[in-house]
Design a protein around this ligand. Sequence first.
Ligand SMILES: [Zn+2]
Length: 237
Amino acid sequence: MNQHLKQLIDLSYVDKEIDAFEPQIEEVNYKYEVALAKKESIDSDVENLTKEIQEEEVKKHKNELHLAELSQKLEENSKKSGEIKTEREMKSLQLEEEIAKEQVTFANEEIARLEKIIESKKEQVEAAKTSLIELNASLETVKADVDEKLKVINNARQEVFGKKEKLLGGMNQKGLSFYQKIRRWAKNTTVVAVEEQACMGCHMTIGDKVYADVIKAEEITTCPHCGRILHVVVTEE
Ligand SMILES: [Zn+2]
């Protein structure tokens, strides 16, 4: 076989091997990213809940201030009741008192309601913090696992890079740039096999003359339809 053709076939295998690492790396990273996204989502839950608790606390405080005002008013009214001279004054004072008492009841109910909400939100924050602790611990394990796997992949990749380097060192520039030009669009199908006289890149049948050239493998032959580099896979016996 033509030495340059042999080199291109070898190079195409090495390039395929190098590309195969990408999905492996992505898959490994994905596991960590999922765990990280979960942590971020819980973090933002805690942040939102904390903000909501603050808002409810402000509402509660307003009701407490109102209560204080009301109780002061009721106290003043009871002082005034000693100075009442007419029935009309008494009635008006009673009415005021009734209204104030109603408002007291309402404010107390509102405070109780808000306290319930605050309590439930605080429980949610606690639960979220507990799961964050667990998640942080598992995140460390996942990270260590990911780092280890990436290390293994990287080592294997370095080895293949080394193989490619060696291969490139022995190749002529013309053949290499020819290969690279095709690879730009054909990616990992730059060098393809011919099976049953058809190009395995575009699946078109090639003519007898070209087919004979491919079998002879005395020079680099390309597919007349798509331009990929052709070769016949020789099964060793
Ligand atoms: Zn073709």
